[in-house]
Design a protein around this ligand. Structure first.
Ligand SMILES: C[S@@+](CC[C@H](N)C(=O)[O-])C[C@H]1O[C@@H](n2cnc3c(N)ncnc32)[C@H](O)[C@@H]1O
Length: 295
């Protein structure tokens, strides 16, 4: 058997493992995708098949193979200011609304942040907002990027991007303003980096240690999950938002029948979801939330 062919038995066992480990649901005919994504790992571990890989993972539970399989199977496509409208929404609607309502730090979660373009784009928009709106002061911003992939999180923390990554969605003005040129590579400037931190988080696990957010970006990740998991994630995300907080999904995603906790807010070309008052305060709050005015 070559690395590119997988028996039905191995494929079914692999699908089950992957969904249990990270929620990603594979269709019936993704044998080639699995084989190509795992090829390098199989070669490195000198294993002949996906079946051998699963066996090896069970035999050596602390070897890190499980994490490496999940890492290899994630799709990490992303780019700067993806779809543009979420960033217009932040700058023109959400930031003004928050700073008018209260003082204090604005908190944003980029759930499934891949290689960092999403949280760093949010940080750049915050810088632009603070510079343009001298009368509307934001007292600080805390942006948390989370992902399940250790490779992507290492990339995020390094904050260095090559010409190809930079060519996707970044204007020359923003590139010159927010990056230092290190030759072939460009590094995010401290003013953007300092507001962003990264945490390893599987979206199937608890979010309670993250605290409450004003805005959650959960874009282009739930498309890989089952309906049950989508509903569960949305329920827990609604509990991770402050009263009146916003949820922003990918441009091809909707809440559909997955959650009743949000109202749709349309703005120019885009839309967001705002937590309904009736869905708020269903879980214990950290003490700082109680000082916020109600939405
Ligand atoms: C297509 S990228 C989306 C990146 C970014 N949000 C965007 O829209 O440009 C999907 C990301 O979801 C992450 N991911 C997949 N399953 C996950 C899970 N169970 N928990 C956390 N992150 C996950 C992948 O590692 C990948 O980086």
């Amino acid at each position: 058997m070559t690395n590119h062919s997988i028996s039905s038995r191995d494929y079914d066992a692999f699908r089950k493992f992957l969904e249990e480990a990270c929620g990603i649901v594979l269709g019936d005919n993704k044998h080639y995708l699995v084989a190509s994504r795992l090829n390098r790992l199989l070669k490195e571990l000198e294993l002949g098949s996906v079946g051998d890989l699963i066996e090896s993972m069970h035999l050596h539970p602390h070897s890190g193979i499980r994490e490496r399989i999940v890492d290899a199977m994630t799709t990490n496509e992303t780019f700067w200011f993806r779809d543009n409208h979420p960033y217009v929404l932040l700058k023109e609607l959400i930031f003004p609304e928050i700073v008018k309502k209260r003082q204090g730090q604005v908190r944003i979660w980029s759930a499934a942040c891949s290689s960092g373009q999403e949280p760093y784009s949010i940080s750049m928009i915050a810088q632009e907002f603070m510079q343009a709106r001298m009368g509307m002061k934001m007292s600080g911003i805390d942006i948390v990027g989370t992902d399940i992939s250790p490779t992507m999180l290492a990339h995020c923390k390094a904050a260095k991007y090559d010409a190809l990554a930079l060519s996707r969605g970044l204007s020359p003005e923003r590139k010159n303003r927010f990056f230092n040129n290190l030759g072939e590579i460009w590094e995010i400037k401290d003013e953007v980096k300092k507001n962003v931190r990264f945490i390893d988080l599987n979206l199937m696990n608890s979010y309670s240690s993250l605290g409450k957010f004003d805005v959650i970006f959960c874009r282009n990740v739930m498309i890989y999950f089952s309906t049950e998991l989508k509903k569960d994630i949305l329920r827990r995300m609604s509990q991770a938002l402050v009263p009146g907080g916003y949820l922003i999904l990918g441009s091809t995603e909707t809440l559909a029948s997955y959650s009743d906790d949000f109202d749709l807010v349309r703005y120019e070309s885009g839309m967001a979801y705002k937590l309904k008052p009736s869905s708020q305060l269903s879980t214990p709050q950290p003490s700082w939330v109680s000082s916020l005015p109600k939405a």
